[in-house]
Design a binder for this molecule. Structure first.
Ligand SMILES: [Zn+2]
Length: 76
């Protein structure tokens, strides 16, 4: 079972990718109770595998596009 949640506790600059040490944008909660952090790059790369083992994936990679989801473009 995999659920993509709205972040309860946002990832911060202090959260680092377990693979490369870049800022983490994905938090993966494992069925075992463990937790993994990935940058957007590695989050995407391992996503198919992660979906098999995760009970929860918190994906904040949308924030990478700056504030894309907010209004600025519409205001022009
Ligand atoms: Zn990484």
């Amino acid at each position: 079972m995999t659920t993509v949640l709205t972040p309860a506790s946002p990832l911060t600059a202090a959260d680092r990718c377990d693979r490369c040490g870049a800022q983490a944008y994905l938090r993966v909660v494992l069925a075992s109770g463990g937790e993994l952090l990935f940058c957007a790059h590695h989050g995407r790369k391992f996503e198919p595998e992660l979906k098999k083992i995760a009970v929860e994936i918190q994906d904040e990679s949308g924030r990478l596009g700056g504030t894309a989801a907010t209004a600025t473009d519409d205001e022009r």
